[in-house]
Design a protein around this ligand. Sequence first.
Ligand code: CA
Length: 227
Amino acid sequence: MDNKILVVEDEEKIARFIELELKHEGYEVDKVYDGRSGLDMALSGNYSLILLDVMLPQLNGVEVLRRIRKESDIPIILVTARDAVMDKVSGLDAGADDYITKPFAIEELLARIRVALKRKSTDRSEGEKLTWKNVTMDIDRHEVLVDGNSVELTNREFELLKMLLQNKNIVLAREKIMDQVCGYDYMGETNVVDVYVRYLRTKIDDKYGIKMITTVRGVGYVIKEEN
Ligand code: CA
């Protein structure tokens, strides 16, 4: 079950192509062609990752994602159409770990899958707690508490917060965050970092009336330890 991938893609030729490539890489693959079946399979099967197309019949990918996220933090890579910026933003908002834009090179897809799977296993193996004021992060349990209240974060948001807390008082450039949190170069799409920071601020800073993440204009972000 560590290498079983669910492909939700209504274009059967593309689904078949992805299936062959993934099997060639040693993954087990199930594929379904509509959102409703995708949701059912995702929730019932033991998958280690889901590759989820956005434009799907019956239930669109973002809605499928939202419903999966209510029950599971399984890694999900969203497949979006070129220039569908809203799909990317609402997909990340709904808890996608990553997205890939059609048409994509199979090597890029494989790289993203490896990163998503690796991040998941790294999360499990680290026994570490990070703190800032009333914010506590338990890496082992993949849990963030503010004043003892649990905060639901996506994997990416969690990784970003972890990186900032591990580098307190050090200003992290967007490119560096992109590189570490995403595991590869996004070719200038560093505004995605701003999107993740905004989500973190909404869930933590705004909600609890604190100012944890500081923006350093033109550079990036930092969490400052105040003495
Ligand atoms: Ca489609």
